[in-house]
Design a protein around this ligand. Structure first.
Ligand code: HEC
Ligand code: HEC
Ligand code: HEC
Length: 133
């Protein structure tokens, strides 16, 4: 008889333990971390290692812009054997062909709104422009 004191709580704990993933998911409110789309063209490398890109792509973009505008550095960079010209549209968006499926998935999640697209064309806008002109 003395076992009952242990069996019931034991069972309760066991059930809670086994079903942990179910109720943990139901009660956790954090939305899933975004998965930005990998380049649909199949490119495997970025202009720098992915971890570095995650941390400092904004800095790199500023450096590129300053380089191009102030010093006229329109260098060609080589990634995975292919050449690109330094630039938002001319390099980044050649591989990351969708602003929405790549840049925005992270930016929406972290509520960052880069104003770059006020002037720079997104790939979609660039394609549209080509069609209508
Ligand atoms: C007010 C308009 C405007 C805004 C906003 C703007 N840019 Fe630019 N950007 C330009 C112009 C004009 C050039 C020069 C284009 C050229 O000479 O090829 C340029 C050039 C650049 C270049 C180098 C060449 C190229 O074509 O990509 C980079 C990189 C760049 N901008 C990044 C950015 C980033 C990142 C942002 C947002 C943080 C941004 N820009 C916001 C107008 C703007
Ligand atoms: C030659 C194609 C190519 C170019 C050009 C390129 N990328 Fe990438 N980028 C990739 C690939 C492929 C990955 C994924 C690499 C990996 O997972 O190891 C990536 C990863 C990234 C990541 C990390 C994504 C993540 O899931 O965490 C960021 C941010 C990024 N790129 C931004 C940029 C920006 C900004 C530019 C322009 C300055 C740029 N990329 C230019 C191909 C490119
Ligand atoms: C892996 C997630 C991720 C991807 C993919 C990504 N970004 Fe970002 N980006 C961020 C985060 C997070 C910040 C805010 C960083 C901070 O505030 O320190 C940011 C900030 C920026 C900023 C500075 C904006 C500001 O107001 O300070 C620019 C410019 C930018 N990203 C451009 C791009 C472009 C262009 C792409 C697509 C080619 C891109 N990012 C893709 C995560 C990402």
């Amino acid at each position: 008889m003395y076992n009952k004191r242990f069996i019931i709580p034991g069972l309760v704990i066991f059930v809670l333990f086994v079903t942990f993933p179910l109720w943990f998911n139901a009660f956790s409110t954090a939305s899933p971390v975004p998965k930005p789309e990998l380049p649909p063209g199949g490119e495997k490398e970025c202009v720098a290692p992915a971890s570095e890109m995650r941390d400092r792509h904004m800095v790199l973009l500023n450096e590129w812009r300053d380089g191009v505008l102030r010093d006229g550095e329109r260098d060609v960079i080589t990634v995975g054997g292919k050449q690109y010209r330094k630039g938002l549209q001319m390099a980044c968006m050649q591989c990351h062909t969708s602003k929405e499926k790549f840049c925005d998935t992270c930016h929406d999640y972290t509520s960052v709104k880069p104003f770059c697209w006020d002037c720079h064309l997104t790939p979609e806008e660039a394609a549209l422009k080509k069609e209508t002109h």
